[in-house]
Design a protein around this ligand. Structure first.
Ligand code: SF4
Ligand code: MG
Length: 321
């Protein structure tokens, strides 16, 4: 397996002023995460809002500068590239957004929207561009005549198809899809997920698929990383994660997802409190919501450790030392 993307010790800290004295507090939106994405796979990144999953995606795109850490893509260190060179790199890494309506310019026709990345990256002449637009409309299941229309003339699902077509125009290697189906009806979600899966096979794409719900990423992901308050708490291949979740947080998330296979018995776990509970300044970030929390958990933050082949967890319950 070739590694396409390698993220090491990535951090993003924000300063936030609060209270009448405007005391600055530090928000660790992404707090030292490392992972790899293999060529041709889909890595799902899952967690509640505020867990740092979108921030991670935006740092890979360099839409946000990391506080610390490295991001290497196709053997090249992205965080060190000058802005201008990085802009060119975006040809290889594209993003699909949650709300296609907000991300598509309402005053532009579909043709103009899809042509834009080609113009930005200097791909093709006007005539080639017209052909490419029609080709990609077809690839995502729309028709050439849709090129003349405006975003508001489409349904939510069709708009997301346009968003996907736009991401594909530059022939990227990696697509970061940030909750691409969260805003769609359940029936439409399946269609868009199927389309993305077909495109992945046909165009040999690699995906990072961000979602807040483990159910959504189950079928599309080869591996899944579960994030909690800026940390990866569990990372495993999908099969292993869904049938034998290890981290108490993953277990809690999965308790809410119906199990299609009745032979699988899953421990039921209810989350205590919510993510807005005071964030502990040391120890495991999950301690206030975890029924297994011990004194060790309050003192020492667990590291992500591989406990069986391809399955890593950050929890003292599984610590080997
Ligand atoms: Fe719970 Fe402790 Fe594991 Fe954190 S390290 S998830 S508090 S058992
Ligand atoms: Mg988000």
């Amino acid at each position: 397996q070739n590694t396409l993307l390698k993220v090491d010790n990535l951090k993003k800290f924000f300063r936030k002023s609060s209270g009448s004295l405007k005391k600055a507090t530090q928000i660790k939106a992404v707090d030292d995460i490392s992972f790899e994405v293999y060529e041709g796979e889909t890595l799902g990144i899952v967690g509640e809002s505020g867990c740092g999953k979108s921030t991670t995606g935006r740092m890979i795109m360099r839409l946000l500068e990391p506080t610390d850490g490295t991001i290497s893509f196709d053997g090249e260190e992205l965080s060190k590239l000058p802005k201008k060179v990085m802009r060119k790199k975006r040809r290889d890494i594209q993003m699909v957004f949650q709300d296609p309506y907000a991300s598509l310019n309402p005053r532009h026709t579909v043709k103009k929207i899809l042509e834009e990345p080609l113009i930005v990256h200097g791909i093709g002449h006007a005539k080639d561009r017209k052909e490419l637009v029609e080709e990609f409309l077809d690839i995502v299941g729309l028709s050439p005549y849709h090129a003349k229309r405006y975003p508001h003339q489409f349904s939510g699902g069709q708009r997301q198809r346009i968003g996907i077509a736009r991401a594909l125009m530059t022939n990227p290697k990696l697509i970061i899809a940030d909750e691409p189906v969260s805003a769609l009806d359940v029936s439409i979600q399946a269609q868009v997920l199927n389309l993305m899966q077909r495109l992945q096979n046909d165009l040999r794409l690699t995906y990072i698929f961000i979602a807040h719900d483990l159910g959504v990423v189950r079928h599309i992901s080869d591996r899944v990383a579960v994030m909690y308050l800026g940390r990866i708490v569990e990372l495993a291949d999908s099969e292993s994660l869904y049938t034998e979740p290890l981290h108490p947080y993953t277990k809690a998330l999965l308790s809410a997802v119906p199990i299609p296979d009745p032979t699988v018995e899953r421990e039921k776990m209810i989350l205590m409190g919510d993510i807005t509970n005071a964030i502990p300044d040391r120890g495991c970030k999950f301690q206030s919501r975890c029924p297994y929390s011990t004194i060790t958990c309050k003192m020492i933050a667990p590291n992500l450790e591989e406990v069986k082949p391809g399955h890593s967890v950050a929890c003292h319950l599984y610590s080997t030392d």
